[in-house]
Design a protein around this ligand. Structure first.
Ligand code: A3P
Ligand code: MG
Ligand code: MG
Length: 394
């Protein structure tokens, strides 16, 4: 089948602790179709400028079109960058507690199969097409619910905090685009159009003006939505950052907007690269029910050249049709990803349940190694943590 040609050649391998390798051939999932339920928000929270978690919507931002030709490097020196850390599940669990406990309970935890940040599920889903980056995951199984989080070693955290200046600047462009595209209050639509005064570069025209752009980027600030959804017969609680709402947020996902930057497309190779990237854009947004992705295309030096808006649910068809027109195989197939993810999580749960009932000594599990023991400051029940490694295909 032509669909398989872009799948990582070396099949995806996930190893749970000391367990034997489970070698999975993504081709096995090509014909399977696992339904995914439209996500429904359960709750939301904000991180303050000091990255304190608060159960309110103070960090929610609203969409507005960016000024044309905005300079995305503007304000770089003043960037307040949140340090890269452990990326643990604790703050998500605090939010989950609020919807599964007490009087305002919206869901029974016993019915939930998986709790995770959106980024972890995106990584699992896109694994069949990942041929570069490996990663590790901590897994806890508590009363039938899998809790998943990314595992970052000390050295990986150090590496992430000491990236090369050019890389750091490229990251800033992404955040600056978010800042140019959002305001902190929902404005009536008549004042929403971006304006630039003639003869002035856009970043000058917008400094401290009524549209609220001041070049201040603080990546501690985040607004997160927690949603419930279902993949096949497994219920999920997924949390993740939502960049902004287009209009007032009414507790549903339909106003959510994801903002992205990408290099301007100048030829066939660029286009192919972009379409591969759309796999991650697609699932990242899909998992939280974000219906729209606004991409800002930029020059290598951070000048915005154009913006394009994509309907999340149309992306797979768009990518497939483009490939068909060019008579090449489609670069990715989302149903394969969903079927693989469903299978992998069921395998993981079965395997860990079997291990825990056999009471296998902890020292065989890397996550319980005293040198690198995983600790959470917020865990409902003390439990065993398992380590799962994803190795990229070659
Ligand atoms: P771009 O994606 O526009 O480059 P998000 O898109 O998830 O809202 O993240 C906002 C920005 O954070 C990204 O902007 C990028 O600059 C940075 N970022 C997010 N995930 C990253 C990753 N895995 N590696 C490097 N930078 C990342
Ligand atoms: Mg974001
Ligand atoms: Mg974004």
């Amino acid at each position: 089948s032509p669909t398989t040609s872009h799948i990582a050649k070396q099949t995806m391998v996930a190893q749970a602790g000391f367990l034997p390798y489970s070698s999975v051939t993504p081709q096995t999932f090509l014909s399977k179709s696992i339904p995914f339920q439209q996500p429904m928000p359960l709750t939301s929270f904000s991180y303050t400028p000091d990255h304190i978690q608060e159960f309110n919507d103070s960090a929610l931002r609203y969409f507005r079109p960016p000024p044309p030709n905005a300079h995305l490097g503007y304000g770089y020196e003043r960037w307040v960058r949140r340090p890269e850390g452990r990326s643990r599940i604790d703050s998500l669990l605090r939010a989950v507690d609020r919807v599964t406990d007490g009087q305002r309970k919206k869901m029974n935890l016993e019915d939930v199969g998986v709790v995770a940040w959106r980024g972890v599920i995106t990584r699992i889903l896109t694994a069949p097409y990942e041929d570069r980056e490996g990663w590790e995951m901590n897994v806890m199984l508590i009363k039938g619910t899998l809790y998943l989080e990314e595992h970052r070693s000390e050295s990986l955290i150090t590496e992430k905090n000491n990236i090369k200046p050019q890389h750091r600047k490229r990251m800033y462009y992404g955040y600056a685009f978010e800042s140019y595209c959002t305001t902190d209050t929902d404005m009536p639509s008549y004042s929403k159009t971006a304006s630039t005064r003639s003869n002035e570069p856009s970043h000058v025209a917008h400094v401290g003006d009524t549209l609220g752009w001041g070049g201040d980027v603080n990546t501690n600030i985040q607004w997160c939505s927690i949603v419930r959804t279902k993949l096949g017969d497994t219920r999920f609680i997924i949390g993740g950052e939502v960049d902004c709402s287009d209009g007032q947020y009414k507790g549903t996902t339909d106003t959510f907007v994801e903002l992205k930057t990408s290099m301007s497309i100048r030829g066939a190779a660029d286009e192919e690269n972009f379409e591969r990237k759309l796999l991650k854009f697609y699932f990242q947004s899909f998992l939280l029910g974000v219906p729209k992705i606004v991409v800002g295309f930029r020059t290598p030096s951070g000048q915005l050249t154009s913006t394009q808006s994509f309907q999340t649910m149309q992306i797979p068809r768009m990518v497939r049709e483009k490939a068909e027109n060019k008579r090449i195989s489609t670069p990715w197939d989302p149903s394969l990803c969903l079927a693989w993810c469903h299978h992998f999580l069921a395998y993981l749960k079965r395997t860990l349940a079997a291990c825990e009932s056999d009471d296998i000594p902890n020292h065989q599990n890397p996550a319980e190694d005293p040198e690198e023991k995983v600790q959470h400051d917020y865990s409902p029940i003390p439990t065993q943590v398992w380590r799962v490694s994803f190795l990229p295909g070659e």
